[in-house]
Write a protein that binds this ligand. Structure first.
Ligand SMILES: [Zn+2]
Length: 531
């Protein structure tokens, strides 16, 4: 269904016919965009603000609200239209206010760590004995009854620390990455868990819940851990790459509570650097008494009537095809332990640069270009899902809303600081030639491939799963998986200036190309939008 054009759009159409607009995909316009987003790039500056001033931008906290207000002011300064926030139900937010962990005996030692996500506070600094607790089955609880009051509890064994000798930096020109990216993997039929496997999983989950409740009931003071057993991390999606996780003070904190205020509160907890945690365990194993002081200070932010969830939006209005929309987006929210520099100040800043560059050149796209900066990605793509549900997909009716037909493309950026090397096609093979055409003028900047592969686990999935054309760019991973992603070291120092500036150029060219292409980007599967 096509909508009648509003008066402003008609005037703009007149302006177009009078020659105020460059031809679609005019190489000179692409060259000007490249020039603007390269020589006057603001990406690096914006990453700095987003990470060092507003980081870590956790959803439901004042930090994300401040970052959103800052971005909206930028959009207004640049002259974008329809600058606004959309709120949605999230749950409680959570902020870390302070943390300290010091071993007192047998030797004083300052320990590196961070509160686990949604941990409650200790009542100020608490000093106590450190004890190792081993719960492998329900019968193990009995021997600890009455033993844990005021104690600092360790439940994991030592994790051996490997010297860094495998790949830590993931570069796509090394190994067989391109071959993998260019091919669609053989689809394996999903293997359902056997009844035994399901039963084992349920037993494990029940034991974990019972353990959390037991520590609260026994009034343990603090639970300390050292993170997951793995020292490798996957390259992303179903690709085969793995990188070695960095330790040496870099930690990947776990979960110690929930955004749902109805769920039971756990004992205060923190993740320590693996080497420091291992020392505590080894001392206890050799019969050394260990005493510590731990202070965990956090704030919960209750949800108000307007909702703690927050998306930030703005537009460059289209002209003759203004009802059709190209959306560029990235999640603005982050995890609480560092500054969210590579996850995802970089993607946010690059998408902001895309609209800034187009606007700075006073280019008028045919289709509307919208920027969407999501909240709640880290808790399960909540912001983009709320947006899609509100505007494009009626979940109750399992049917598209009218505007579903008008989304031409959603482009997402969320894999860190590395430059863009292509785009994941999400199985939409009909779209690949257009992506290759749009990427062709960017080859000297590193553009390589429109891949047929599907990837998941970030905000384009919210579009893709309801039949909307959502895509994630292919990026060099660099240290994303091994060091910066969700760690306490996701800092501005990890951001590669030339690479994030290239992201801004590619995002600008793709937004412009999709908004002005004579042919609309084809969809993967036709979706009926009329009853
Ligand atoms: Zn992310």
């Amino acid at each position: 269904m096509r909508r009648p054009l509003p008066l402003t759009a008609l005037l703009l159409v007149l302006a177009v016919t009078l020659g105020a607009q460059a031809p679609a995909l005019d190489p000179a316009t692409i060259a000007r965009l490249r020039e603007e987003a390269t020589t006057r790039s603001q990406v690096y500056e914006h990453v700095w603000w987003l990470s060092e001033v507003f980081g870590p931008r956790v959803t439901g906290t004042p930090a994300l609200t401040r970052a959103s207000e800052w971005a909206m002011q930028k959009f207004r300064d640049w002259g974008l239209a329809n600058v606004h926030q959309e709120r949605w139900t999230f749950g409680q937010g959570w902020t870390i206010n302070g943390f300290a962990a010091t071993m007192l005996t047998p030797q004083p030692a300052v320990l590196i760590g961070a509160p686990r996500n949604y941990s409650p506070s200790t009542p100020g600094p608490i000093t106590g004995d450190v004890v190792a607790v081993h719960i492998d089955r329900q019968g193990d609880f009995a021997k600890y009854v009455g033993q844990l009051r005021g104690k600092i509890v360790l439940m994991q064994p030592v994790r051996p620390v490997r010297m860094l000798e495998g790949p830590v930096i993931l570069r796509m020109d090394e190994g067989n990455w391109w071959t993998e990216a260019a091919n669609v993997p053989q689809v394996q039929p999903p293997r359902l868990p056997t009844p035994e496997e399901r039963a084992e999983l349920e037993t494990r989950q029940a034991l974990a819940a019972a353990t959390r409740a037991f520590l609260v009931r026994e009034e343990a003071a603090v639970l300390l851990e050292r993170g997951a057993d793995d020292d490798l991390s996957a390259g992303g999606s179903d690709l085969s790459w793995e990188t070695q996780r960095v330790d040496g003070g870099t930690i990947f904190p776990g979960s110690g509570g929930s955004r749902d205020p109805q769920l039971p509160v756990q004992v205060p907890s923190a993740t320590l650097a693996v080497e420091h945690y291992n020392r505590l365990v080894r001392l206890l194993e050799r019969g050394q008494a260990v005493r510590m002081t731990v202070n965990i200070q956090t704030t919960f932010h209750p949800e108000g009537a307007e909702g703690n969830g927050l998306n930030t939006l703005a537009e460059i209005p289209g002209t003759d095809l203004a009802h059709e929309v190209v959306i560029v987006g990235a999640h603005m929210d982050g995890v609480p332990y560092a500054t969210g520099a590579t996850d995802n100040a970089t993607g946010t800043a690059a998408m902001m640069e895309a609209v800034r560059a187009i606007q700075a050149l006073k280019l008028r796209p045919r289709r509307t270009i919208r920027i969407a900066l999501w909240g709640g990605e880290e808790q399960g793509l909540l912001g983009s899902r709320a947006y899609v549900a509100r505007h494009y997909w009626d979940a109750a009716a399992k049917a598209p809303r009218p505007d579903h037909a008008n989304v031409v493309a959603y482009f997402n950026l969320d894999n860190g600081t590395g430059r863009i090397r292509g785009i994941w096609g999400q199985g939409n093979t009909a779209a690949l030639p257009m992506f290759e055409e749009w990427g062709a003028p960017l080859k000297d900047l590193g553009w390589r491939l429109a891949s047929p592969r599907r990837v998941a686990a970030t905000d384009h999935s919210s579009f893709d799963e309801v039949g909307l054309p959502g895509f994630q760019f292919i990026q060099e991973r660099l240290e994303y998986n091994s060091r910066s992603h969700h760690s306490n070291m996701d800092t501005f120092d990890r951001v590669q200036k030339a690479d994030v500036e290239q992201q801004g150029v590619v995002a600008a060219v793709f937004a412009w190309s999709a908004a002005n292409s004579p042919e609309r980007l084809p969809r993967r599967t036709p979706v009926r939008t009329t009853p």
